[in-house]
Write a protein that binds this ligand. Structure first.
Ligand code: FPP
Length: 234
């Protein structure tokens, strides 16, 4: 397909790691490791194609309700992954930021996140926004509480945006892998006008080829933002 459209901000709900592992007779945690490795490669691919922001849902506030063994595995993966792969993000010129509440995360996880943010802050290829201990409603409520603390009486949408966790544009294209048709509290403010795409494959299998298919689909979409499209205007 010619003239592929490139979304400025892509969001991905990384779903299906557990099922990917189960189908291979592996433990669910093996699926998370495969998902993490896929994310390293995929984030570079997405940003190399010209997208400036990629937001991914790594861990929701509700994910703390999973079996303790799985939560512990994921937390260890975050510590080890962020510490070991900082050099990868530096080499690839990717800025990494985190969205979510820092409470309930161990000092080691928070330290690995802080170091990652600090050491990649001047990178310019694009931004990988990792949502960790994140909830979309919590982000809005946290913003409202900051606004109250600032003694604001009246606020516009543009002002409100400044109180969200990170300074990001709206999401243009929201992808959820594994065929589930839900938003699950992911970036509720930012997806207002996003095009939605639900490929069947599990996240560890959502590779470069699958992403190219996703871009072809995005290119076909007629985005209206509540107005009329080009054909309807005359
Ligand atoms: C959903 O699959 C995935 C998660 C809850 C965790 C996502 C984590 C990773 C991809 C690894 C770490 C990523 C980062 C960014 C550090 P699921 O367990 O819900 O799968 P299932 O629906 O098949 O059970």
């Amino acid at each position: 397909m010619d003239n592929i459209k490139i979304p400025t901000h892509v969001g991905i709900i990384l779903d299906g790691n557990g099922r990917w592992a189960k189908e291979r007779g592996l433990k669910r945690t093996a699926g998370h490791l495969a998902g993490y490795k896929n994310l390293l490669k995929l984030s570079k691919y997405v940003l190399d194609k010209g997208t400036k922001y990629l937001s991914v849902f790594a861990f929701s506030t509700e994910n703390f309700n999973r079996p303790q063994e799985e939560v512990d595995y994921l937390m260890d993966l975050f510590i080890k992954g962020f510490n070991e792969d900082r050099s990868y993000f530096k080499k690839e010129n990717i800025r990494v930021v985190f969205s979510g509440r820092r409470n309930r995360l161990s000092d080691k996880v928070v330290a690995a996140m802080d170091k990652m943010e600090d050491e990649t802050k001047d990178n310019t290829l694009g931004t990988l926004n990792i949502c960790l201990n994140y909830g979309g409603r919590a982000e809005i409520v946290d913003a409202v509480n900051k606004i109250i603390k600032d003694n604001k009486k009246d606020i516009t949408e543009e002002d409100f945006k400044k109180y969200l966790y990170n300074d990001l544009p709206d999401i243009d294209y929201m992808i959820r892998t594994s065929g589930e048709l839900r938003i699950s509290n992911f970036m509720l403010w930012q997806i207002s006008y996003a095009e939605l795409y639900f490929p069947k494959c599990y996240f560890p299998d959502f590779n470069e080829k699958e992403y190219d298919k996703a871009l072809e689909e995005f290119t076909k979409r007629d985005r209206r933002f509540g107005g009329l499209n080009n054909h309807e205007q005359s």
